[in-house]
Design a protein around this ligand. Structure first.
Ligand code: C5P
Length: 224
C-alpha cells in the first residue's frame, strides 16, 4: 500500500514555519501536526503537576498518557478535557518544553503519537525533527529560518497583541538560548534534513514565503 504523503517543515521558533505550515495544509486540504504543541503540553502538565523537568521516567509516562485534543481550524488545544488557552504559547512553557524535549525517553514516547497524524489525504508536519527523525520518507522537506532579531521582533509584537509587555532584548536572548539548546542536544537536534529546501523568511511577508514553497511543491509532486 502506498504511504500517505507528508510534507515536513522544520526550523527554529518564530521562523514562521507554523503559519506557513497551517496555510499550506489548508490549501491542500491536508491534516496538520504542530509537534511543538505536544512538547509544550508535556511541559505544561509537568509544571502543573509538580513533576521536575529532569525526571525522565515520569515525564515519558506523562507524554504517553496525556489526553490531548487539537482543533486545527480554531487552533484550540485541550488537555485532559480542559481548554489550555494562551498559556501553551507563553515563554515559560516554551522554555520548559525545550528542556523536556532534550530527554530521549520523552521523544521516544511522543513518536507514535506524532506518526498517528499521518492520515489520508496527507499531512503537513511542523517541528524540529519532522524531516530528520519522525517522517524521514517525507517529500518535500522544508527548513524555514529567519534572523534572531527578526524572530524576536515578531514574538514581541505577538505578545503585545495579547496585552503582554516584553523587552525585545530579553526575548532575543531567550530565543538564542532556546536555539542553542535545540541545536546542541544529542537526540534529534535541530538541523536541516538531507535534501531540505531552505526558506529564509527574514524581511519577507507570509504570502511571499508561501509562494516560494508552492513553487517547490509544483516542481516536486508533494509526497511522491
Ligand atoms: O515549536 P515550539 O516553539 O512550539 O516548540 C517548543 C519546543 O519544543 C522547542 O523549543 C523544541 O525544544 C521542542 N520541539 C522539539 N521537537 C519538535 C517540536 C518542538 O524538540 N518536533
Amino acid at each position: 500500500m502506498d504511504k500517505v504523503p507528508v510534507i515536513t517543515i522544520d526550523g527554529p521558533s518564530g521562523s514562521g514555519k507554523g503559519t506557513l505550515g497551517r496555510a499550506l495544509a489548508r490549501e491542500l486540504g491536508w491534516h496538520f501536526l504542530d509537534s511543538g504543541a505536544l512538547y509544550r503540553l508535556v511541559a505544561l502538565a509537568a509544571l502543573d503537576r509538580g513533576i521536575p523537568l529532569d525526571d525522565a521516567p515520569a515525564l515519558a509516562r506523562l507524554a504517553r498518557e496525556l489526553d490531548v485534543r487539537f482543533d486545527v481550524d480554531s487552533d484550540a488545544v485541550w488537555l485532559d478535557g480542559t481548554p489550555v488557552g494562551d498559556r501553551l504559547r507563553t515563554e515559560e512553557v516554551g522554555n520548559a518544553a525545550s528542556r523536556v524535549a532534550a530527554l530521549p525517553a520523552v521523544r521516544a514516547a511522543l513518536l507514535d503519537r506524532q506518526r498517528a497524524f499521518r492520515q489520508p489525504p496527507g499531512l503537513v508536519a511542523d517541528g524540529r525533527d519532522m524531516g530528520t527523525v519522525v517522517f524521514p520518507d517525507a517529500a518535500p522537506k522544508f527548513f524555514v529560518t529567519a534572523s534572531v532579531a527578526e524572530r524576536a521582533r515578531r514574538r514581541v509584537a505577538q505578545l503585545r497583541e495579547k496585552g503582554m509587555d516584553a523587552d525585545p532584548e530579553a526575548v532575543a536572548a531567550e530565543i538564542a538560548e532556546r536555539d542553542r539548546r535545540d541545536r546542541e542536544r544529542p537526540v534529534a537536534p535541530l538541523r536541516p534534513a538531507e535534501g531540505a529546501v531552505r526558506i529564509d523568511t527574514t524581511g519577507k511577508r507570509i504570502d511571499e514565503s508561501l509562494a516560494e514553497m508552492r513553487a517547490h511543491l509544483a516542481g516536486s509532486a508533494p509526497g511522491a
